[in-house]
Design a protein around this ligand. Structure first.
Ligand SMILES: Cc1cc2nc3c(=O)[nH]c(=O)nc-3n(C[C@H](O)[C@H](O)[C@H](O)COP(=O)(O)O)c2cc1C
Length: 337
């Protein structure tokens, strides 16, 4: 039987399937079920700057205002009395005590002081690692992209100086060159990368002609983006690589490892297929490995990465040109008339 062990952020995981930050952890029953279903680790939902700032009395007034802006916020505040940072830290410590698999905390602050203070306080909760959720939504035409990158590298360095636990960074794909940012953060000592987060996008209700914020679950096609970046980064960074977005099945997990990932995070598949499905993902991964004769993940990790595939048509510009030149094939498959 295949051995699914992997190493992430210097922590040994019994398998590469981590349940990513989400509301799945909102109650302890779910957390226990995640462990029973066999997940390798769990990421507790993010503590947000808004929670830190909007403590107690302020929170009530501001909640509505924030819920207009981000679905993530709405989901984050299921019970107003449980929304403050103290409650968050308390629940985080409780989760850590309840399960044996590694628990990774997540932080999304804005002010440098908050990043540092809460990174320290999170570490005190006994968690195994800290994920910095660099969730940034562009909203200001005058804000220079270089400034954002400099700030994020500075925050990473500051957090690393203040905690001993491993620190990973979770990024969105919306940078001019995510590879360059990953490389800068890697050189600054990041222990691992979660690529990529999925930004909540506003939607418009056409009958009411007003905005709403649907829960933004992904689809399997979305995993081609993290696949590409795992393939490009494999062998080029010191930190570990955790692929995220659109990973639904055991075969999807195997694909990410083939491209070069150390592990994956899953959320949408758990919402769509229920927590027990984690066991199916693991069984299918094992079955695929058995069918290929792979005994461990290292037997095929990075086999199809850019480093190991000497084909300019896979990860490079040539792939795009090739596709366009084959446009007649597309018309055969998808006739326009
Ligand atoms: C309801 C919900 C809540 C989420 N909360 C967080 C969060 O607190 N912190 C975070 O970094 N990502 C959060 N995410 C993003 C997920 O962790 C993940 O990055 C994203 O959903 C892509 O993975 P998937 O395709 O497996 O869903 C949330 C996603 C959903 C659907």
């Amino acid at each position: 039987m295949a051995n699914l062990k992997t190493s992430y952020l210097g922590i040994e995981l019994k398998n590469p399937v981590i349940v990513g930050a989400s509301n799945i952890v909102n109650n302890l029953e779910n957390v226990k079920k995640v462990e029973e279903a066999g997940a390798g680790a769990i990421v507790y939902r993010s503590l947000f700057e808004e929670q830190i700032q909007l403590e107690s009395a302020q929170l009530d007034d501001k909640l509505h205002e924030y819920s207009e802006r981000s679905a993530e916020m709405i989901n984050l505040f299921p019970n107003i009395e449980h929304a403050g940072p103290e409650e968050h830290l308390f629940n985080l410590a409780l989760v850590k005590k309840t399960i044996k698999i590694p628990v990774i905390a997540s932080l999304n602050a804005i002010l440098k002081d908050s990043w540092i203070d809460y990174a320290r306080r999170i570490e005190e909760m006994g968690v195994d690692a800290l994920e910095l959720n660099f969730y940034y939504v562009p909203r200001d035409v005058d804000f220079d992209g270089h400034t954002l990158i400099d700030q994020q590298v500075e925050i990473l360095k500051a957090v690393k100086q203040n905690v001993k636990i491993p620190v990973s960074v979770k990024l969105s794909p919306f940078y001019a060159n995510p590879l360059n940012l990953v490389s800068k953060l890697d050189k600054a000592g990041t222990n691992g990368f979660v690529l990529f987060n999925r930004l909540f996008q506003p939607e418009i209700d056409m009958d009411k002609e007003e905005h709403f914020s649907p829960i933004n679950l992904s689809s399997p096609e979305d995993n081609r983006l993290p696949l590409r970046f795992a393939g490009l980064l494999y062998g080029n960074i010191n930190g570990s690589l955790c692929s995220n977005t659109g990973i639904f099945t055991g075969q999807d997990v195997a694909k990410m490892i083939l491209a070069g990932a150390d592990c994956v995070q899953v959320v949408s598949t758990v919402y769509k297929n229920k927590i027990e499905y984690i066991a199916t993902i693991l069984r299918d991964l094992e079955a695929w490995m058995d069918s290929k004769g792979y005994k461990s993940l290292n037997d095929f990790r990075g086999k199809l990465s850019n480093k190991n595939v000497n084909d300019p048509f896979v990860y490079k510009r040539a792939q795009y040109i090739d596709l366009l030149l084959k446009s007649d094939e597309i018309l055969v498959k998808h006739p326009l008339r």
